[in-house]
Design a binder for this molecule. Sequence first.
Ligand code: HEC
Length: 155
Amino acid sequence: MMRGRITGVVLGIIAVIGLGASSFAAEKQVPIKQLMGENFAQLQTILAALIVSKYTGLPERIALIHDHANALTRSVPETITKDRDRFLIYAYSLQGHAADLKSIIEALIKIDAATAKNGEVEENQLREAAAAHYGGMVTTCVACHNRFRHMVPSM
Ligand code: HEC
């Protein structure tokens, strides 16, 4: 009786692991190349928005880069045979900067809605904090590409 239950639990766990493995395999097929191209397209638009302090649609754009970074953490190219940890650090770092940038922009959107006069937003140092995280994102783009290009010729 007890043994049957334990077997059931063990089989259940194996089934869950199996499911996890198959969804992991599916995620590995995310076309990183395409996501990367989209990242590149977003960056300039995000910078322009930061400079003029017009944040409409910005959280969604940043979320896209965040999701792409997340995909990178789950699909380290197979040709990267050493320093995989470093690759992951860059991917997580991009994800972290994107998350922080997004939350700062969301805060600024609220502040600006409450304080802007005649469409003129107030000076606020959070705009510079946002720019620092933008810089952090660009740094991780260049760092990952610089360090891993020799193992992934398509990057
Ligand atoms: C953690 C590592 C990593 C980070 C961080 C990273 N990339 Fe990439 N990038 C890759 C890899 C790996 C490829 C190659 C993907 C492939 O060939 O499937 C790539 C490919 C590209 C390409 C080439 C796409 C093409 O169509 O040829 C561009 C452009 C690009 N990345 C831009 C960026 C930008 C912009 C950022 C920052 C927002 C960034 N990358 C951050 C790993 C990274």
